[in-house]
Design a protein around this ligand. Sequence first.
Ligand code: GLN
Length: 281
Amino acid sequence: MKKKVLALTMAALMAASLTACGGGAKETTAADTTAADTADTTAAEKTEETSAEAAGTEAAGGVLVMATNAEFPPYEYHDGGEIVGIDAEIAKAIADELGMELEIEDIAFDSIIPEITSGKADMGLAGMTVTEDRKQSVDFTDTYAKASQKIIVKEDSAIASPDDLTGVIVGVQQGTTGDIYVSDLEADGTTVERYNKGFEAVQALSQGKIDAVVIDGEPAKTFVAQTEGLKILEESFTDEEYAIAVKKGNTELLEKINGALKTLKDNGTLDEIVAKYIKAE
Ligand code: GLN
């Protein structure tokens, strides 16, 4: 009993001293009871522990802040007062694996990377495509999903393939890969209309204000199912992969997330989460 009390005291002291060291956005939470509770008696025995090792102990009780844009079903969206979806559940499962508490921040898609580089959020999960450009600002974990940009048009549209996007008005969500790649067509006379939310682009299409929408395949399916008179073209505009973004150089967190992701892939949790939101065709 006494040993247990000592262990908890040591854990609390270690957590407190780590807090004093600073260096992470959420370290103040390390001194709370969760940190003390998760630390076992071995913590007291390892008084010689280096600060790097101790940092691992600290993170085991902290808060993991996820930045996302909850306008992207089925990956992240609002359901009542809650943010749900594949990414939200993967993030929760990762936090559970790491013994951390998940906190979700819902912000504009193009604010997610700045939120991570500034250290306000620990990771970005937002159906975020790995691109060379983004790799200049953040590090990406192993990928967890394959995706593609799809083209949505009216059912009676003359647009039948990606080539037909030249010279027409295309709606995209600001700052997404759809925006980035369709913008390459501007030189050939394509007009790009940028919306804050993908669904706003789909509504504009439905109202005849634009000719097509380029957006990720899964949200495309969801939005088309919710709107009359639209269809998704067979041929993809691009093929992409989603990964989790973390602060550049934060290899400790990157490795932890990759470890958790591997566990979730190996034990079937990842597939279960995906199957819950995406029905096999
Ligand atoms: N996959 C796209 C991108 O990374 C869109 C993501 C999103 O809108 N949430 O840019």
